[in-house]
Ligand binder design. Structure first.
Ligand SMILES: [Zn+2]
Length: 342
């Protein structure tokens, strides 16, 4: 069970400090110890912002994934670095991201780095908030790789990631992590055109070894790379099949869609806890605490407080840090107002 009604949580990512982005363009200018110190400093900044906002659940803000070699794909064997961007000019969006080529057997003998991330978070975070780790799911991971003769389509690549992600979450549980999100935004983005039963099967086989051993959740959104959506932004194609996901909490994007299909959270809450996106990470309109309180009250018309968590729509990495800070504070204050009936 979660600790309290209307708990306040986040999706994994948080904006990088400007100095980190600047430094990551020329990492060769730094020694190994300096890079390790930089990683700690960035996580300390993300922890600080989340703790001072008053969140019940925090992450490391995915602050150490700032360089290709430090990202998941940098941990992998059997792939070669991202190909040139298919579109190099014009408005920034997901179609400017190249894909990685598969050059051998897809393996991650050293894992994907999330256990080290969790150990760092545990070392640097204060007592109090729940520490959550986020791992992308196999279908989402597969989307950045180009199929070849050995892995002939996206599902074949996905299958190669199932044991890799499974091992990662088992490692997190062994390290003492009590709350894990397996992010599968690609499943929510493409539910409208793919076999949703197949998604459920992939997801549940991935998490099977840790079910009941930690609090498991998933994050379903419609894309936020460079602040853009890529999915058909409706929950309908996912349900009822996604109710069979073996998770304790399901997160859905709502604020940016102006709470369309809000009644669906009642259906989800019959099976599991539901975390609702009440903060629009794409808009620079800064929600007030009262805006948030109104949104929480709307959620309570459909789902009971002890089943409800509130969160931003997605990770905050594509939102400026000054705005992210204000939005998180408003979210916590708004949830407090409803919980305490102020
Ligand atoms: Zn998202």
């Amino acid at each position: 069970m979660k600790e309290r009604p209307i708990r306040t949580t986040v999706i994994g990512s948080y904006p990088f400090p400007s100095w980190l982005e600047h430094a990551s363009r020329d990492l060769d200018a730094f020694g190994r110890d300096e890079i390790a110190e930089m990683q700690d400093d960035a996580v300390i900044a993300a922890i600080h912002d989340q703790v001072s906002a008053g969140l019940d659940v925090i992450t490391d803000g995915e602050q150490t994934r700032f360089d290709f070699n430090l990202s998941f794909y940098g941990y992998m064997e059997g792939i070669s670095l991202e190909s040139a961007s298919p579109r190099r000019w014009g408005p920034p969006a997901h179609d400017q991201r190249g894909k990685h080529a598969i050059t051998g057997e897809i393996r991650a003998p050293r894992g994907l780095g999330t256990v080290e991330e969790y150990e760092r978070l545990k070392r640097l975070a204060p007592e109090g908030p729940v520490l959550k780790a986020s791992v992308p799911g196999p279908f989402t991971m597969s989307g950045r790789l180009t199929p070849n003769d050995q892995y002939t389509d996206r599902y074949a690549i996905t299958e190669a990631f199932v044991p890799i992600v499974r091992k990662e979450i088992e490692g997190l549980v062994a390290a003492g992590c009590r709350e894990i999100t397996v992010d599968e935004p690609s499943m929510s983005c493409y539910a409208y055109k793919e076999d949703t039963r197949r998604f459920v099967d992939i997801f549940n086989r991935t998490v099977e070894p840790v079910v009941g051993k930690c609090r498991l959740s998933t994050h379903l959104c419609f894309g936020n790379y460079k602040g853009h959506a890529v999915g058909y932004r409706r929950l309908k194609p996912m349900f009822p099949d996604f109710l069979d996901f073996a998770v304790d909490e399901m997160h859905v994007e709502m604020a940016n869609r102006e709470f369309a299909e809000i009644e669906m959270i009642g259906t989800i809450a019959e099976r599991m806890d539901v975390a609702v996106g009440v903060i629009d990470v794409k808009s620079y309109y800064i929600e007030t605490a009262e805006d948030v309180a109104d949104r929480v009250r709307l959620c309570l018309e459909h789902a009971p407080a002890d089943r409800l968590s509130v969160a931003p729509d997605c990770g905050l990495s594509q939102t400026a840090r000054w705005a992210a800070k204000k939005k998180l504070r408003a979210m916590v204050e708004g949830a407090d107002r409803v919980r305490d009936r102020r």
